[in-house]
Design a protein around this ligand. Structure first.
Ligand code: GLU
Length: 530
């Protein structure tokens, strides 16, 4: 590939980063990185009445979190960029280029000012439909001369600019994913490229920018395939050589081939895996005290994963395989390996379904490879966000979290799972008890209280006990009492953690430390009235 590879991702500022959008961005990023080229981010905001800043922030934040860095961009957007030296391109700041292009297209006859009123075009469209014919605009209000313009304007009409599209012949496009695609020009319309208020339409802005930014490969969602003929027409009319195109199949819904959309959440929640992932996320968000709305916090949107503590690399690895494969078996790729192996010709033509269970499995696997130190540090951050680290803290947070991380092992699948162990960070006199477990293990089991009281006295003698010592101690205690370990251990867990389940009991007791385990048993005994 002799030319410099330059790709771009062109998000509209929608206020959220869709998981399918990230897949598109990832493929662009990988392709550019692999060829030592550049990856550009260009905000498609030619049509925005809304607050672009606010709607863009989650998208840029998502890129930063995922580590999809972009090259180039104006310095004035630097505050929005992760690297801090350049922002993304904003089309709203580049209108003069689009206006120039429109003038050139009109001058060369490839476009014209059209003074039709929307209802007049609509009437033609309806008439064609009624007659069972394809709609072809009559070009009745096309201004060919200054005199035409003056006449139409005197009638109080306003002009849009339309392309004077070819009405016969075929465009043959060699798409790098889809292969040869043919389009009949007759099926195209005289598409609008500039609105009456002078603002450019996406198709024009996109083509002009792709040229000015020397984009070599346009890698984008399949839904833009049908836009390509008019874009090629614009490019050719302006004397550009169109870039290469690669249209990616869309990311489909879990368990179906329809396009994944953030608007069909109710439907996806009927999918068990999707619902489970969503439920887990909502639970963690609740514990973190996040104000979430289903609209912006669900498994279709990238922010969801960041908040609950997924690993960016796991998400990228999963998305890589959503529509691409190296061979039939290999699943794990580091970032460097993704860059090394990615090729457009191995992108599938058929849509790939978003599979929450598979994504979760990638995350589980990746999490088990994270060094303990990093897991601990990120877990501490989570606890702080959830305000579980109190002032003064209920325990020596760093070492306790390190201990939990070690003892919990693969129970910590996302960083938010550390919040399951909130009981360690609660002051001993504030511990709450799972009511069902309390009743079952301590109230209905009448022997539990007296046994706990006796064990407490044994425990009091071993202030420096390790988990192994504690285990040996409890076994000896049970033997002496002539009971099985099961007759006390559940009550002990509820008394010291408030919960029915957790990781190893002895690791738990060791992590609590001498004073805290005794204090908790004492509190439970007092509550029981022993
Ligand atoms: N803003 C368009 C989109 O989000 C960009 C399409 C393109 O890549 O040309 O779909």
């Amino acid at each position: 590939m002799p030319m410099t590879v330059r790709t771009r991702f062109a998000p509209s500022p929608t206020g959220f980063l869709h998981i399918g959008g990230v897949r598109t961005a990832l493929f662009n990023w990988l392709f550019a990185r692999q060829h030592g080229g550049q990856f550009l981010l260009r905000v498609d905001d030619t049509d925005q009445q809304r607050n672009v800043e606010a709607a863009l922030a989650p998208i840029l934040h998502g890129f930063e979190w995922l580590g999809l860095d972009w090259d180039e961009g104006p310095v004035e957007g630097a505050d929005k960029a992760s690297k801090g030296d350049h922002g993304p391109y904003f089309q709203s700041q580049r209108f003069e280029h689009y206006t120039d292009a429109v003038e050139r297209l009109i001058a060369s006859g490839a476009a014209y000012r059209d003074y039709a009123r929307p209802e007049e075009v609509q009437a033609e469209r309806e008439a064609a439909e009624k007659a069972g014919e394809a709609f072809v605009y009559s070009r009745k209000w096309r201004a060919e001369t200054d005199a035409d313009r003056a006449r139409f304007e005197a009638e109080g009409r306003e002009a849009v600019v339309r392309l004077l599209m070819p009405r016969e012949g075929t465009l043959v496009l060699k798409d790098l994913v889809r292969g040869e695609v043919r389009f009949d020009w007759a099926r195209e319309q005289d598409h609008v490229i500039q609105r009456a208020d002078g603002s450019p339409i996406y198709h024009l802005a996109s083509v002009v920018d792709d040229e000015l930014m020397r984009i070599s490969h346009v890698i984008r969602a399949e839904e833009h395939l049908s836009n390509t003929p008019r874009q090629v027409f614009i490019a050719q009319s302006l004397g550009y050589t169109p870039p290469e195109f690669a249209h990616l199949p869309y990311v489909a819904e879990p368990g179906s081939k329809n396009k994944l959309s953030k608007r069909k959440l109710d439907k996806y929640l009927k999918n068990r895996d999707f619902a489970a992932l969503n439920e887990k996320g909502q639970q963690i968000a609740g514990r973190l005290g996040l104000e979430t709305s289903a609209e912006t916090f669900n498994p279709v949107i990238v922010d969801f994963y960041e908040q609950i503590g997924f690993l960016p690399d796991a998400i990228l690895n999963y998305l890589l395989l959503l529509g691409w494969s190296l061979d039939d078996s290999r699943e794990e790729f580091t970032r460097a390996e993704m860059i090394e192996h990615f090729t457009l010709d191995r992108v599938n033509k058929a849509p790939a379904s978003f599979d929450p269970a598979k994504l979760t499995a990638f995350q589980d696997r990746a999490m088990q490879q994270v060094p303990a130190k990093q897991k601990t540090a990120r877990s501490v951050e989570m606890l702080k966000t959830a305000r579980l680290v109190t002032d003064p803290p209920a325990c020596d947070v760093g070492p306790v979290v390190a201990g939990i991380v070690a003892a919990a092992g693969d129970r910590i699948k996302v960083y938010g799972d550390i919040l399951d162990y909130d009981d360690f960070f609660t002051a001993d006199d504030q511990l709450t008890y799972d009511e069902k477990a309390w009743q079952k293990r301590l109230v209905k089991d009448a022997a539990a209280g007296p046994l706990l009281a006796k064990y407490r006295d044994e425990l009091a003698k071993t202030p420096d006990a390790s988990a192994a010592d504690l285990e040996a101690g409890l076994k000896a205690f049970c033997e002496a009492q002539g009971i099985g370990i099961g007759q006390i251990i559940h009550a002990l867990r509820v008394a010291t953690t408030g919960k029915a389940v957790g990781f190893g009991m002895f690791e738990t007791l060791e992590l609590l430390g001498h004073d805290r385990r005794l204090a908790r048993i004492d509190r439970a005994l007092a509550k029981l009235g022993n």
